[in-house]
Design a protein around this ligand. Structure first.
Ligand code: TMP
Ligand code: MG
Length: 172
């Protein structure tokens, strides 16, 4: 059986990743392909609940601790991801380790190389689609500003970080 493809959608907040992930799932289904949608952070797990409280400003955590929680949140799904890929299911992933690095490294005193460490060894995507949008347009979208990182200046730094992470398996 052919291994499924691992396709990751990345980008800043409110650029439309979730919408495009759903469209991709529908398109694959219309062509009789098998696919599964994953989203990080996965807020339902134990680490995910802590992350959710942090993002909604109900909980304070140090930058390094929250970085490691985001990474642990991905590692929790690793075995399931490998099984699904092996069984021929295409995985469409809404954010992955690139978000982990781009957001944490946008913070004062957080080194981009240090940030890469915890996610090393996770399955490598076959394709990363980076949805690029002018931060000003994203900021005008419904709901912007509700969560911790949704500030214009911060998002601009996150966007620059994403572009530093670009490899040959990326499409911008
Ligand atoms: P979401 O809006 O896609 O649910 O993501 C929640 C926020 O968490 C978003 O601002 C990006 C941020 N984030 C990180 O800081 N590190 C990570 O590893 C991930 C996956 C998301
Ligand atoms: Mg968001």
């Amino acid at each position: 059986m052919m291994r499924g493809a691992l396709i990751v959608l990345e980008g800043c907040d409110r650029v439309g990743k979730t919408t495009q992930c759903v469209k991709l799932i529908e398109k694959i289904a219309a062509e009789n392909g098998k696919s599964s949608l994953l989203k990080f952070p996965e807020r339902s797990s134990l680490t995910g609940q802590l992350i959710n409280d942090y993002l909604s400003n109900k909980l304070e955590l140090s930058d390094r601790v929250v970085h490691l929680l985001f990474s642990a949140n991905r590692w929790e799904t690793e075995a399931q991801m490998k099984l699904l890929l092996k069984s021929g299911t295409n995985l469409i992933v809404d954010r992955y380790a690139f978000s982990g690095v781009a957001y944490s490294a946008a913070k004062e005193g957080m080194d981009i190389e240090w940030c890469r460490g915890p996610d090393i060894g996770l399955p490598r995507p076959d394709l990363v689609v980076f949805l690029d949008l002018d931060p000003r347009t994203a900021a005008s979208r419904v709901g912007y500003g509700e969560e911790r990182y949704e500030h214009r200046r911060f998002q601009e730094v996150v966007r620059e970080n994403f572009l530093k992470l670009k490899e040959d398996n990326w499409k911008v």
